[in-house]
Write a protein that binds this ligand. Structure first.
Ligand code: PLP
Length: 396
């Protein structure tokens, strides 16, 4: 693989390794273990494992290794460790570096399970967490302290799609020596260059756009070789959150098409947002690619002008109107994944964010009328026609 390759070439060929059969499509090495030629070789491998050597699939596996190398090439990261799910990646990135007495600053608008780790689990182990409004740099400045070990945020928040300035938060965090950990799912590895912008560690739920067809769970943590092999790998390989070789193969194949898919999905999302904005049934149309979005200028510099594959629609008439809208759709399915080839509609207040208090929901803008739409690969005109008739049905 050449470092000079552009994104789409890296996505097709990055990390490939061929067996003695010279297969075209990458092989699935569905094995947990590896045979040694003799006892001396086994001993040597446990002392030091070479780049083409494996011991046990919880530590590493050739198919998983191909996935790690390919996503690292895309992200421009020195190294990567693949995990069983996005949450195993988030948990590993945080708990492999933190210890009792440490301080963390985190954005408040988080995926439910991320919030659970930061609010409940870390507290049990004596880690103090300060929550801030991630878009307000003054709050980040006020919250960091000399003992702040890490900062954590989703670069584009779910479901209200606020975009956080990675470079600006990284500068504030680095001034006190804190590690910058970014959950980059909504920004996607295609539109975002989080490491270039100052992130030290980037995590993805590969379940979303990397698979992109709703088949498997997976995740990945990216960073320097030092961090991945020195800090994260010992934690992950001994606590069991490693990715299955079969899932790694599905995700490796997903990477081959991710650029085409997310670009098509983002183009459709923009068309839909433009078509529906100002519809009388809507109180708000939230899409970072719209010029009226509060962080649209940041979308130009941080995401190459792409607003992502998800938009959120706030219906007038609250939950009843939102439910009528969801039930009248004929193309998007009602579910809770995102980044899928199929458009997926979600009512966050009653599903993914149900557990949050009413105060926190209100603070985060998760209103009863809010519907999140992950835009799929269907024809944009079909989606616009379907959503328009569903909005009319929602008005009752
Ligand atoms: C889905 C998601 C996760 C968790 O990923 P899983 O693969 O479901 O474990 C974490 N963060 C964000 C932003 C997500 O969307």
């Amino acid at each position: 693989m050449s470092d000079n390759w552009n994104t789409r070439t890296k996505l097709v060929h990055g990390g490939s390794r061929r067996s003695q059969y010279n297969e075209v499509s990458e092989a699935i090495f569905l094995t947990q273990g590896f045979v040694y030629d003799n006892a001396e070789q086994a001993e040597a491998r446990f002392v030091e494992t070479g780049p083409d050597e494996f011991i046990y699939a919880r530590y590493g596996n050739p198919t998983v290794d191909m996935f790690e190398k390919r996503i690292a090439a895309l992200e421009g990261a020195e190294d990567a460790f693949a995990t069983a799910s996005g949450m195993a990646a988030v948990n590993g990135a945080l708990t492999s570096v933190l210890k009792a007495g440490d301080h963390v600053v985190s954005a408040r608008a988080l995926f439910g399970s991320c919030l659970y780790i930061l609010e409940n689990i870390l507290a049990r182990y004596g880690v103090e967490v300060t929550f801030v409004d991630g878009t307000d740099l003054e709050q980040w400045r006020a919250a960091v302290r000399p003992d702040t070990k890490a900062v954590f945020f989703e670069s584009m928040s779910n479901p209200t799609l606020e975009v956080i300035d990675i470079a600006a938060v990284a500068e504030i965090a680095h001034a006190v020596g804190a590690l910058v950990i970014v959950d980059n799912v909504f920004s996607t590895p295609v539109f975002s260059r989080a490491i270039e912008q100052g992130a030290d560690v980037v995590v993805y739920s590969a379940t979303k756009h990397i698979d992109g067809q709703g088949r498997v769970l997976g995740g990945v943590v990216l960073g320097t070789k030092d961090f991945i092999r020195g800090t994260l790998e010992p934690y992950m390989k001994h606590t069991g959150g490693s990715l299955s070789p079969f899932n790694a193969w599905v995700l490796l194949k997903g990477l081959e098409t991710i650029s085409l898919r997310v670009n098509a999905q983002a183009d459709s999302a923009l068309k839909i947002a433009e078509a529906l904005e100002g519809h009388p049934a809507l109180a708000r149309t939230i899409y970072p690619g719209l010029p009226g979005h509060a962080q649209n200028a940041l979308v130009q510099t941080q995401l190459g002008g792409k607003g992502g594959t998800v938009l959120s629609l706030d219906l007038k008439g609250g939950k009843e109107a939102a439910f009528r809208f969801l039930n009248a759709m004929t193309i998007p399915v009602i579910s809770n994944n995102l980044g899928d080839a199929k458009s997926i509609a979600t009512h966050p207040a009653t599903t993914t964010h149900q557990r949050l208090s009413d105060e926190l929901k209100a603070e985060l803008g998760i209103t009863p009328g809010l519907v999140r739409l992950s835009v799929g690969l269907e024809d944009a005109a079909d989606l616009i026609a379907d959503l328009t008739q569903a909005l009319e049905a929602a008005q009752g």
